[in-house]
Design a protein around this ligand. Structure first.
Ligand code: ZN
Length: 288
């Protein structure tokens, strides 16, 4: 039975970066969970001899340079999650370019010259309304993206985008263009006829029964490489709880306690490699 490779990825941001946390609460308290949560992720990766991709915020790199150093030293891929978690919906081409230049400066201040070729937009905010970002990413030296979410959910999504690796066309990012300059590696979404069920990590890993999650993810992996994502705040479940509306609170907090054990189980089930290496093995990127 053929099984495709798995790439685990982690969006390294603090709890107060989430779009679901109300602005007032965000400003009130700045207790950080990023060190504790990321430390736990790194320990789990080491224990399972796995390597992964870390999409870091520039703000986190600035505040926690030792964390960046540890991630790089342990052989993981460093990639960009932007600067301050503003979704692309609130930026323009010039603003994104400045953010990515600043991100690179911050990383190079800690690590020296360092290859960063992967990008994930905050809140999967790359959709038809922000397709201009593809040109900016190419101009800034990025080779792949993992921001187009191929299902429609509350905050984001491009429901007709391909569910496998492809090259988004400039005039319609849901269309494959064999000559496209950027590779898209979408996070895992299962399909059943016209239905799409995200099994990508984050909320879906917390809310779905784990047996269903694993079953659907296993089916996806028999067809194509899978990419998964999680956040440090999901791997440090003892973190502070904030007051917010019932719906947003459910999306933010449901099933938190079980995440570290599920992550460990998944890492033991599917050996993780960085996204860049999976794309290179698939012939989508030049091998380094
Ligand atoms: Zn994020």
């Amino acid at each position: 039975m053929a099984a495709h490779p798995a790439a685990f990825s982690f969006d390294i941001e603090d709890w107060f970066h989430s779009e679901f946390v109300p602005g007032a609460v965000r400003r009130e308290s700045k207790e950080s969970v990023v060190e504790r949560g990321t430390g736990r992720i790194l320990d789990l990766l080491r224990a399972t001899r796995s390597r992964a991709t870390f999409f870091l915020l520039g703000d986190v790199v600035r505040e926690h340079p030792a964390l960046l150093r540890r991630i790089a030293e342990e052989g993981h891929e460093i990639a960009s999650h932007g600067l301050d978690h503003q979704p692309l919906w609130r930026l323009d081409a010039g603003g994104l370019a400045r953010q990515l230049e600043e991100f690179r400066r911050l990383v190079e201040r800690v690590l020296g010259q360092f290859p960063v070729i992967g990008y994930r937009a905050p809140s999967f905010s790359l959709d038809r309304s922000t397709a201009w970002a593809l040109d900016v990413l190419r101009d800034q030296g990025y080779a792949y993206d993992s921001s187009i979410f191929p299902a429609r959910v509350k905050l984001y999504g491009v429901p007709d985008a391909p569910v496998g690796i492809y090259r988004p066309a400039r005039d319609d990012l849901a269309r494959h263009d064999p000559n496209g300059t950027l590779v898209e590696f979408p996070v895992a979404v299962g399909t059943a006829g016209p239905l799409r069920l995200p099994v990508a990590g984050g909320f879906y890993l917390r809310a779905l029964p784990f047996s269903i999650f694993r079953l659907v993810l296993g089916r996806v992996r028999r067809r194509r490489p899978i990419a998964l994502y999680l956040h440090p705040r999901e791997c440090a479940p003892e973190a502070v709880r904030l007051s917010m509306g019932a719906g947003d609170s459910f999306i933010t907090y449901t099933g938190l306690a079980g995440v570290p054990a599920k992550l460990e189980a998944l890492l033991r089930l599917y050996r993780s490699r960085p996204m860049r290496e999976v794309l290179a093995a698939e012939g989508q990127l030049p091998a380094r």
